[in-house]
Structures are given as C-alpha cells and as structure tokens.
Design a binder for this molecule. Structure first.
Ligand code: DQA
Length: 145
C-alpha cells in the first residue's frame, strides 16, 4: 500500500519562506516526518514530491490514481485557482486529503476558496507540518474502512 504526498508551488522554499506564516520546518523535515509516520502506519512506500508546475501536479495525481492507495496533497496557491487539479482529483479512484500548513481561513479572502476541497476526501488546515502526518493517519483510517 503506497501513499503519494504531493506539494505544489513555493513549498520548496519552506524554512525561509514567510516563517511567521509557515514556520521554520523545511520540506525535507516534513518529508522525514511523513516517512516515519507512513512506515508506522504500515504504508509500504511513499512518493514525496514537489513541483511549481500545475501540469506536472496533474500528471502526478493521475499517476497516483494508477499506482497508489491514496494521496496527501498541499496544492499551495493552485488550491485557489485550479480547476485542472479539481478535475484530476475527481478522475482518480483514490482518496485525496488536502493539507494546508497555515490557516487559510484566517488569511486573505482570496485564500478562502478552494477548488480542491470539493473533490477531496477531507481537509486539514492550519496545524502546521503536523497536518501532513495527521493526513496520513486519516488516509490509513479511510483505507481500513
Ligand atoms: C498553503 C496556503 C496557500 O494559500 C498558499 O498559497 C501556499 C501554502 C499552506 O500550506 O498554508 O502556498 O497551501
């Protein structure tokens, strides 16, 4: 049982990017936490990836649909703009849990709308990097049901 963990634009800059909003953890720190948690939950493998390109993220969601049991995804700013990500998620047969490090609802109004949420199995918002490992737990729980 493999899990895909996908990250969208600018998340490669975590650690130095607006630390007051996103904290000091790097994407490599988050990846290490996710690998440890995924192993503890019994996932056989993890694909942890980041891209700044919408089409690449669409390709990876499609690949996850063919290869994985489910997806944890932080779509970054594409959350608020991308019908292509919405459609890609709807097209997969696997659950996708949407994660945001910051509490998007307490920020600018353009972050309040998500095109991804209506297609997601669930959403975790505002809990920092902890959201990723909580999402893996949620995915494991959904897959057991
Ligand atoms: C984010 C929130 C988005 O609004 C923003 O564009 C990001 C990061 C988060 O994890 O809090 O890039 O997805």
């Amino acid at each position: 049982m493999e899990a895909f963990i996908l990250n969208g634009p600018n998340l490669n800059l975590l650690g130095t990017r607006e630390p007051g909003v996103y904290g000091s953890a790097t994407l490599a720190d988050i990846e290490a936490n996710c690998r440890e948690k995924a192993a503890a939950l019994g996932f056989s493998a993890v694909e942890f990836r980041q891209s700044n390109h919408e089409g690449v993220l669409v390709d990876w969601i499609q690949e996850a649909g063919r290869r994985s049991a489910g997806v944890v995804m932080n779509p970054g700013a594409y959350t608020h703009t991308s019908i292509a990500l919405h459609d890609a998620i709807k097209g997969t047969g696997v659950p996708v849990i949407e994660v945001h490090i910051s509490n998007v609802h307490a920020r600018e109004s353009f972050r309040h709308r998500s095109f991804v949420s209506p297609a997601a199995a669930g959403v975790i918002v505002g809990l920092g990097p902890l959201g990723y490992t909580l999402a893996l737990e949620a995915l494991a729980g959904l897959l057991k049901r």
